[in-house]
Design a protein around this ligand. Sequence first.
Ligand code: CQM
Ligand code: MG
Length: 339
Amino acid sequence: MRSTIAVDGFRKLTAMSRATVSQFAGVRDLVKYVPRRALLYIPGSNQKMLDKVPNIKADCVVLELEDGVAMTSKHLARQQVVKSVDRLMTNRHDLKCFELGIRVNSVSSGLIEEDVTELSKAEHLPNAFMVPKVDSSEELAAVFDVFRRHYGAKRVMDTNTRLVIWIESARGMLDMPRILASALNLHKNSGFFKLDAVVFGSDDYCADIGAQRSADGNELVWARQRFVACCKAFQLQAIDAVFIDLKDMGGLKKYSEEGHRWGFTGKQVIHPSQVEIVQNAFMPTAEKVEWATELVHAFSQHESQGKGAFQFRGQMIDRPLLLQALNIVQMVERVGQQS
Ligand SMILES: CC(C)(COP(=O)(O)OP(=O)(O)OC[C@H]1O[C@@H](n2cnc3c(N)ncnc32)[C@H](O)[C@@H]1OP(=O)(O)O)[C@@H](O)C(=O)NCCC(=O)NCCSC(=O)C[C@](C)(O)C(=O)O
Ligand SMILES: [Mg+2]
């Protein structure tokens, strides 16, 4: 069974990881880790919900323009999101989340042009732009084109703003390696927003393949496992499906813990009541944090002696494992700063 981190143990580990990582400043720069255990949608058409954002402790807050907003409210939502992003990013150090993103409409919807036209009127960029229903690598070129035309090349190619995309169809699922490679290459070659995480749009995926949703979720097993493998092959975060039964907290916990065991980095949530359960499920265990902290420390010592690969607790350790350990250490450190 998963052991949770007791509060005192967690504080000790946080302090330990901070000391270890700060000793190791060169490696720290390799990874700028954004925790995304819980990614909460806020419909852009709902001003009352938008006003709650500064106090929301979800790791990632998504200002939603796509399917959480009715077709008749798209215009209102765009205008409210423009005002919100400027207000929130002006006071970004007061935000309780680690990332403020905006999910635009998909290329195939034909609405992305109007979204980006309106959003580019904001003075600030969000921490991340989020693009749903990416079905092919060609769509990424269209995304780049629309952002470059409306924001101007400098604003979209010289920024720390990240890219998060959704895979939500059979075609997107089969083409994932090509889509992810294209997105990463787009950043490398042009400086466009760097892809950092990929989200599984399971509701649209089920609709696309004609699957019926069931209580045990068997119809999604293959897709969720393929999805994780593709993301991790490109060292990207993998965000699991939405759990739509708002009253079933036991089910939410079960699916969140399963997602964590399967390699997902976090999960989408639609209601504030889901945030804490999901965040707890995606915290690394105390044993894992201790392993990661010790590994980073050992790597630091070996590297100062000129050794790249070495043995640690009977395992061969090299750079990929170091990056994995650093993600864990930085996640614990950042979450510790937030609480
Ligand atoms: C389900 C709904 C309508 C129930 O909303 P409600 O107002 O009926 O709920 P409530 O329980 O009565 O609300 C209690 C309090 O929480 C607030 N609240 C409630 N929800 C939120 C929220 N998200 N963010 C911030 N605050 C929220 C709400 O305003 C209220 O505040 P109050 O006590 O002060 O009056 C509401 O929770 C909601 O709109 N959630 C987001 C829905 C959404 O954006 N869906 C689209 C994303 S999922 C998706 O697209 C699929 C995917 C990935 O693409 C694919 O699988 O294919
Ligand atoms: Mg969807």
